[in-house]
Design a protein around this ligand. Structure first.
Ligand code: PEP
Ligand code: MG
Length: 673
């Protein structure tokens, strides 16, 4: 056995990313590797176990390695710790840890002039709900079991875990279709938890002590999530909620219950929660829900995306006060302005009912005219197309008024598999999609996968900052065969209808040139038709260099989800930043305006395919900036078209100029300046 004692100098200690880096390195070795910190001991190959050590900056750990490759393992781990575990040189001169700050409870403080019975949050999905609110509660699961034998209990556990894995993989696929790959990625974390060796060992230990599988599982889940929540770190607290979510799923299966059910009253309610777990939202019966209101989360949070997909009004980030309201209190939830009115009087209810009526009338009218083009009152046309994640979406898009597909996220074909889809498999899917769109153009985005979304058959070494690492086009250019095969499939499918190619995450002209050169080579090989080639504008460098790019592409499509993340330097998945990471920030809008100007000067067109394109507050601004096409999720097509028809171009331009001159996203949203 080998042992090394070492001090951790990472600013946040052995948390999140450095811990992940440590675990990824440990997993490369066969030896048993344990880490001791104070009185706690962890399995170095288990992320949960390592996180619960709670090693702070300056903390000492002992790494104990036992096995055939122990020398190499000790050296690799020691070197990695000294090199800062992916956070740069850490030895001896790391900056002092930042002072611990309590996460702000009210992300959007209520303006002082709001009445006492009103709470203000962030509008996340438009519409009005009037009714009783209901705090989300899960079915209480009674654990009734008697221990049979170690083998029987272990087999029960394995069976439940296998079924849970199947359910999670299905949810992951559904999410890829209804939301984006990054939203779906939360279920990849759930799979990781399900496979955590340390968690499973701890359950097994309890079973060996003659505890039934359900009791052993629940006790272990409770202990692990409690430990993580106690570390007083908001990111780890989020992980604790995921452990509970996975734990609950497996427990239900162990006790013979099948699909996850939410206990809801038999009358429709406005659902209230801190934030809805991915499994909760996937299990929602939209007929029983009038609206969704969360104390945390942001407009791009999972619950908000689902609410929009289900056409439910939603307000997020209302603050802790929301959770103190008694169950079944009557409220009005306005998903268009983010206001929650508690115990409204008859006048307020009357007003809300009239607004609701008007909203419903406008939605039905929008749906009726979904097939018509979106032309402003003064005759300016904006194309409205769909974001899709597969054939089923294409079929829905074709009957929902989409004038084409602005973003086909081809990742869905590559996930949940042990090897890459063949050229022929890909060709068949792209062909079916283009045929489903009946001659309307389809933009196929080439594989946008990255270090944070690993594929088992693509070897990407662990990265300290996966969002800044080998992602999108960078990854594909480093694996030319993968890209070549996809381009062959797309270009073969282009024989069946108008397919366009779009490259994601382009940051530099050389990437576009290399990718375009490959398109030309493949096209010559196949004698395929000419296709339009464009890029996503989602890295600030591409927006700033849009004039140079515009000479070499046929179109741009702005990916506001990533453009916002990279412009504001805010992780799009960060739970505490969700309320601040807003695509209506004037910095993001200025980059879009610059892109449009450069494209139009070169005679090229610009689309927007991030979530912002369906935000009712953003639509007039984007139209006023001169965006030619909005690519939105299928349920948003009809309302976005209707909204465009209500605008005039000069008014939209005035609104765009106002927004571009604002100092913050809040000013843009609140109508200041
Ligand atoms: C975007 O970044 O805005 C985008 C549309 O791409 P994705 O959400 O798939 O990263
Ligand atoms: Mg993107």
């Amino acid at each position: 056995m080998k042992q090394v004692d070492i001090v951790i100098h990472n600013p946040t200690g052995l948390h999140a990313r450095p811990a992940k880096e440590f675990v990824n390195i440990a997993k490369q070795f066969k030896s048993d590797i344990r880490v001791v910190h104070g009185s706690k001991k962890a399995n170095a190959k288990s992320m949960i176990s390592m996180l619960t050590l709670g090693v702070e900056n300056g903390g000492e750990i002992s790494i104990m390695v036992d096995g055939e490759d122990e020398d190499a393992a000790v050296t690799a781990l020691e070197t990695a710790v000294n090199a800062g575990l992916g956070e740069g040189e850490a030895e001896g001169h790391a900056p002092a840890p930042p002072p611990k700050q309590e996460p702000s409870k009210e992300v959007t403080p209520a303006p002082p002039d709001l009445p006492a019975n009103v709470l203000k949050g962030i509008p996340a999905a438009p519409g009005i709900a009037i009714g009783p609110l209901y705090r989300l509660q899960h079915d209480e699961i009674q654990i009734e079991e008697s221990f049979q034998s170690v083998t029987v209990e272990q087999a029960r556990l394995n069976k439940a875990i296998e079924r849970a894995r199947g359910q999670i993989i299905t949810l992951h696929k559904q999410m890829l279709k209804s939301a984006s790959a990054s939203e779906a990625a939360i279920f990849e974390v759930h799979l990781e938890i399900l496979e955590d060796p340390d968690l499973l060992d701890a359950v097994l230990d309890r079973i060996k002590k003659e505890q039934g599988a359900a009791r052993a599982w629940q006790a272990t889940i409770d202990a692990r999530s409690k430990m993580m929540a106690q570390l007083n770190d908001p990111l780890l607290a989020g992980r604790a909620a995921d452990i509970q979510d996975v734990g609950y799923r497996v427990l239900r299966l162990l006790m013979g219950a099948d699909e996850q059910q939410l206990t809801l009253p038999d009358h429709p309610v406005i659902l209230v929660a801190t934030d809805l777990s991915p499994s909760d939202t996937a299990a929602l019966d939209p007929k029983k829900i009038l609206g969704i209101c969360t104390s945390a989360g942001g407009p791009t949070a999972h619950s908000a995306i689902i609410a929009r997909a289900l056409r439910l009004p939603a307000v997020v980030s209302v603050g802790e006060a929301l959770l103190e309201i008694d169950n079944l209190t009557s409220v009005i939830l306005n998903g268009s302005d983010g206001i929650l009115t508690i115990e409204p009087d008859a006048v307020a209810i009357g007003r809300a009912q009239a607004q609701q009526q008007a909203w419903q009338t406008s939605i039905s009218a929008a749906e009726k005219s979904a097939g018509e083009p979106a032309i402003t009152q003064d005759g300016h046309r904006v194309e409205v197309v769909a974001n899709i994640g597969g054939l089923a979406d294409a079929e829905k898009a074709a009957t929902s008024g989409a004038e084409g597909v602005g973003l086909l996220r081809t990742e869905f074909l590559f996930l949940e598999r042990t090897d890459a889809p063949t050229e022929h498999e890909q060709f068949e899917v792209y062909r079916d999609i283009v045929q489903a769109m009946n001659g309307q153009p389809v933009i196929a985005r080439t594989l946008d996968i990255g270090g944070d979304k690993p594929l088992p058959y693509i070897d990407v070494p662990p990265e300290a900052n996966p969002f800044l690492g080998e992602r999108g086009i960078r990854l594909c250019l480093n694996r030319p065969e993968l890209l070549r095969q996809q381009l062959r499939a797309i270009l073969r499918a282009a024989d069946f209808g108008p397919l366009r190619i779009m490259f994601p995450m382009v940051a530099d002209l050389s990437e576009l040139r290399a990718a375009r050169a490959m398109v030309n080579e493949v096209r010559a090989e196949l004698n395929a038709p000419e296709v339009e080639v464009g890029i996503m504008i989602e890295v600030p460098s591409a927006a700033l260099m849009a004039d140079a790019f515009a000479e070499e592409v046929d179109f741009f499509s702005v990916g506001t989800n990533d453009l916002t993340q990279y412009t504001l330097a805010m992780d799009r998945m960060h739970p505490l930043l969700a309320g601040k990471s807003d695509g209506l920030h004037p910095a993001v809008l200025r980059l879009i305006a610059r892109t449009v100007e450069a494209a139009h000067a070169a005679g090229k067109w610009v689309g927007v395919c991030g979530e912002l394109g369906a935000d009712p507050q953003a639509v007039p601004i984007l139209v006023g900036i001169g965006v030619d096409e909005l690519s939105v999720s299928v349920p948003a097509i009809a309302p976005v078209k209707a909204q465009i028809r209500s605008l005039t171009l000069p008014e939209a331009r005035v609104e765009a100029q106002r927004a571009l001159a604002c100092a913050s996203a809040a000013e843009v949203r609140n109508g200041a300046k």
